[in-house]
Design a protein around this ligand. Structure first.
Ligand SMILES: [Zn+2]
Length: 133
């Protein structure tokens, strides 16, 4: 059976990544994840809805394409989860002034054992960028 990349599949990736790499990051609010529009450059984002106090992760609709390696999508989700763990768009205390201060996301992902995801992302983005030259 072919696995369809829909919002339920995204949620299963989020659950997997959270339980494997973010076990020490408690989930203090509701966290939603969904595919957004087909964005070529903004691959992922996380937002906190002030009213509902829920976090919303959006992943580019481009990643529904089965040709995109799963590790690239995992890397994108884990990037947003790292922001969550650092207190950006989440109820956790803010650990930095800016979400990407001094490469904190990359460093955090490396220290949590996700170096392989970063590498898969690097390899993919290198080829992907060639399409825009
Ligand atoms: Zn980011």
């Amino acid at each position: 059976m072919k696995i369809q990349r829909d919002d339920i599949w995204l949620l299963s990736r989020l659950d997997y990544l959270w339980s494997r790499y973010f076990i020490n990051t408690p989930q203090n609010n509701k966290v939603f994840i969904k595919f957004g529009r087909f964005a070529k450059f903004r691959l992922g984002s996380i937002k906190l809805d002030k009213k509902s106090k829920s976090s919303f992760i959006t992943i580019t609709g481009m990643f529904k394409n089965p040709k995109i390696p799963m590790a690239v999508i995992d890397c994108t989700i884990a990037h947003e989860l790292t922001h969550y763990s650092h207190g950006f768009s989440s109820p956790h205390p803010k650990m930095h002034k800016y979400p990407h201060e001094g490469g904190v996301v990359k460093r955090e992902m490396q220290s949590r054992g996700m170096g392989h995801l970063l590498k898969a992302y690097r390899d993919w983005i290198k080829e992907y960028r060639k399409e825009f030259r």
